[in-house]
Write a protein that binds this ligand. Structure first.
Ligand code: ISJ
Length: 95
């Protein structure tokens, strides 16, 4: 059986299916960029952590993490905090 664009998108008209298919391509491209930025952030964060550990300090700096959490919460509301927590976990591991 053939899978139509309407089947894949959940749309009930070909016009809506076309809009959704085009917008999903943009979302996929945005997600690629977001993932690239997260990977870049992880690399920069690793440089900071290594410098601090090599100097005799600790990997984690909680006061800085609070600033990062506040930044995301101000920009995105409560879910921003959860997003920042996940980002921090990606960048420095679970604490
Ligand atoms: C990158 C740092 O080290 C750790 C990782 C952080 C981050 O990825 O944003 C923030 C605080 C630290 O726990 C830093 O101190 O800035």
């Amino acid at each position: 059986m053939t899978v139509t664009a309407a089947d894949k998108t959940g749309a009930r008209t070909t016009e809506a299916a076309d809009v959704i298919t085009g917008a999903r391509e943009r979302i996929d491209a945005l997600d690629d960029r977001i993932i690239g930025l997260i990977q870049e952030r992880m690399a920069v964060s690793a440089v900071i952590q290594e410098a601090r550990i090599t100097s005799g300090g600790r990997r984690v700096n909680l006061s800085r993490e609070m600033e990062v959490l506040d930044h995301y919460r101000h920009a995105l509301g409560k879910p921003g905090t959860a997003l920042a927590m996940t980002m921090l976990e990606l960048c420095r591991g679970r604490v």
